[in-house]
Design a binder for this molecule. Structure first.
Ligand code: NAD
Length: 294
């Protein structure tokens, strides 16, 4: 096949998420049959429109799989003390299995202090330092949803990842760093690139697997990609196209698709997997708290 005709296999995150959610739905049914109602508390502070959309989608997905959700909407001027008090109440409530505090929080609240306050067993986002430590040590943990979703898609596409060279672009606490840890545990050789990296494009071009989590629209074009590589695009960026806005990833889709072996689209790639893993983590938390087998 000539270069011009080549098109990467599309990794369908929507379909993978639907299949995963079906297994979650069955797990929820089994838990309910044994008297446990998996319950997710969702806390939203303020009126950020994007956060409202995310919370609505999470609550909707929860109800589809039979997870009960409890919404706590607090005004934008909520103080840190009041939020920490609510978290303490949710921690102590045996009927709550998972606690999700939608980020970002208003400026007067210290996000780190809020994450620290959540019971690690209920930390379905996997952001608490105990879960981060466990992840790095390779011990059972609640792991962050987005990188967990990326790993699932990679395993589904490539099978065993042992020995593959994975390049993660971005080093945030919610995507880049946990992604690197998960790939290391999957026996990849891992390179993490970031804003201070020198020669990023050349390093990336050596990768069998590229996970892009930068937040820069279409930064990665074909010149970053080794022919046949698998590309997971985490980026969600809004760009202006005429008088409409359009969602694009960190990869320039058409260009990368001509050289990659497989890649995720945006939207319809990593996004649906993130919510699916939030549901999976909620069920995992409920099972562990009720001491059912994993
Ligand atoms: P972030 O801003 O916290 O981190 C971005 C990282 O990119 C930083 O570590 C920085 O070092 C690195 N970076 C910046 N410029 C760079 C450059 N020129 N070259 C290499 N690295 C560079 O972002 P984040 O929270 O990790 O999110 C990244 C993207 O993923 C965003 O577009 C975000 O919207 C998206 N995201 C998607 C999902 C999802 O569900 N699909 C979930 C979380 C984040």
């Amino acid at each position: 096949m000539s270069q011009a005709q080549h098109h990467a296999q599309l990794i369908d995150g929507k379909a993978a998420a639907a299949a995963l959610l079906e297994t979650v739905r069955q797990d929820v049914a089994a838990l309910r049959a044994s008297g446990v109602i998996p319950t997710l508390a969702v806390v939203l502070v303020g009126d950020d429109p994007a956060s409202h959309v995310y919370v609505r989608n999470k609550v909707l997905r929860a109800s589809e799989v039979g997870i009960r959700s409890l919404e706590h909407r607090l005004p934008a001027d909520t103080g840190q003390h009041a939020l920490l008090k609510l978290i303490a109440t949710l921690n102590a409530d045996a009927g709550v299995n998972g606690i999700l505090v939608q980020m970002p929080l208003p400026a007067q609240i210290d996000e780190g202090a809020v994450i620290d306050a959540i019971d690690p067993h209920k930390d379905v986002d996997g952001f608490h330092r105990e879960n981060v430590g466990r992840l790095v040590l390779g011990e059972p943990a609640l792991t962050p949803c987005t990188p967990s979703g990326c790993l699932f898609l990679l395993k589904q596409t490539l099978g065993d990842l042992s020995g593959k060279h994975a390049v993660v672009i971005g080093r945030s606490n919610i995507v880049g760093k946990p992604m690197a840890a998960l790939l290391l545990h999957a026996n990849c050789s891992v390179t993490v690139l970031h804003s201070r990296s020198v020669g990023a494009r050349e390093l990336c071009r050596q990768a069998d697997i590229v996970v892009a989590a930068v937040g820069r629209a279409q930064m990665i074009d074909a010149s970053w990609i080794k022919p046949g590589a698998t590309v997971i695009d985490v980026g969600i960026n809004r760009i202006q196209a005429g008088d409409k806005t359009r969602l694009v990833g960190d990869a320039e889709f058409d260009s990368v698709a001509r050289v990659a072996g497989a890649m995720t689209p945006v939207p319809g790639g990593v996004g649906p997997m993130t919510i699916a893993f939030l549901m999976k983590n909620t069920v995992l938390a409920a099972k562990r708290q009720s001491q059912h087998d994993l």
